[in-house]
Ligand binder design. Structure first.
Ligand SMILES: [Zn+2]
Ligand SMILES: [Zn+2]
Length: 332
């Protein structure tokens, strides 16, 4: 990306040289802006964004040039290096929904990058992330039940703060979370963009697995295995928890090799296409559980069912697929 024409920051703002297209090569040139402004301590005057000018009933995204806002005290400017595109983002751009901007809305809530301007020198160059939930009260009934995502006093990207579909976000410094340095390590073999997925679908998948209290060798059925959350649930269940995974989804979605070749599930079962197929589907689930455990096990059905499907039919007959004492986890 080419840097846009520069704009001088006000004095006392600490900023990062913005001469290079590659953030990793520019973050070492931080400094403090004093009265005699230097061209090496600047932010671009404007930037590209993906913006909805008027939020209405249909998706209306425009690539639009907008201003880069210098930070006030307590704020940081983060240059977004990578942002995920979540399935929720299109829905955030229509409405407008309660609490969301009705004009000039910018979506995106899986962004990672570096602090490039701040009044607080200690924050400069820090790798940070912008994810959906930035604040929850920790006092209300939802927070106390471990559901901060439902807190009525929450602050979130891209509801209360414009999101990460822009190159520079100017936001309260407490609204971003610090990342470990290895995310952007030059010698890493992992593309930093992979970590963006951990901010939304990855964390939802991990929370579901923790709620299911999965044990090694346990059998779990993941409904919606071909979706963005479902396939991460399957991957982590298999490769981190050591569980056995039965993946369920509509067959047309599961043509993806990730599902078919066993990477995200041990067995794949097409979801029933109509109510008449549900009995046979249930028997197939129970048979697969038996096969995966070995025939001498007394348990009938899976140890857990994790539902990541977005179709109502994915919620039918759930108790008939699991054993006594099983966990049924609904994600989303
Ligand atoms: Zn999301
Ligand atoms: Zn709360």
């Amino acid at each position: 990306m080419r840097a846009a024409p520069a704009q001088t920051l006000k004095d006392s703002v600490v900023s990062v040289c913005e001469k290079h297209d590659d953030i990793s090569s520019s973050v070492s040139e931080a400094g403090v802006l004093s009265g005699d402004a230097s061209t090496s301590i600047i932010l671009p005057k404007d930037q590209l964004s993906v913006l909805t000018p008027v939020v209405g009933p249909t998706l209306d995204l425009h690539i639009t040039r907008i201003a880069v806002t210098p930070p006030k005290p307590g704020e940081v400017v983060v240059r977004i290096a990578w942002t995920g595109l979540c399935g929720s983002d299109p829905s955030f751009c229509v409405g407008p929904q309660p609490g969301f901007a009705s004009h000039n809305h910018i979506a995106g809530h899986e962004g990672i990058g570096h602090v490039v301007a701040s009044h607080d020198r200690s924050l400069l160059n820090k790798p940070v992330a912008a994810r959906y939930l930035t604040y929850s009260c920790q006092e209300c009934e939802y927070c106390l039940r471990g559901l901060p995502e439902s807190c009525p006093r929450q602050l979130a990207f891209p509801k209360d703060l414009n999101g990460t579909f822009q190159h520079y976000i100017t936001v309260p410094q407490h609204s971003v979370i610090q990342l470990p340095d290895y995310v952007f390590a030059r010698d890493s073999r992992i593309n930093p963009g992979v970590y963006a997925a951990a901010l939304c679908s990855g964390s939802a998948a991990l929370k579901a697995l923790r709620a299911a209290q999965l044990r090694p060798q346990a059998v779990t059925v993941v409904f919606g295995i071909a979706g963005s959350i479902g396939h991460l649930v399957g991957l982590m269940a298999k490769h981190i928890y050591g569980a056995r995974v039965i993946g369920v989804d509509v067959e047309s979605k599961a043509r993806d090799r990730m599902v078919k070749d066993g990477g995200v599930c041990d067995r794949f079962l097409p979801a029933p296409g109509n109510p008449e197929q549900e009995k046979a589907f249930q028997q197939s689930i129970l048979k697969l559980c038996e096969d995966l455990r070995g025939h001498k096990n007394v348990l009938i059905g899976a140890d857990s069912a994790i539902i990541c499907a977005n179709r109502a039919s994915g919620y039918n007959n759930l108790t008939s697929y699991v054993c006594d004492g099983a966990a049924i986890i609904i994600v989303g």
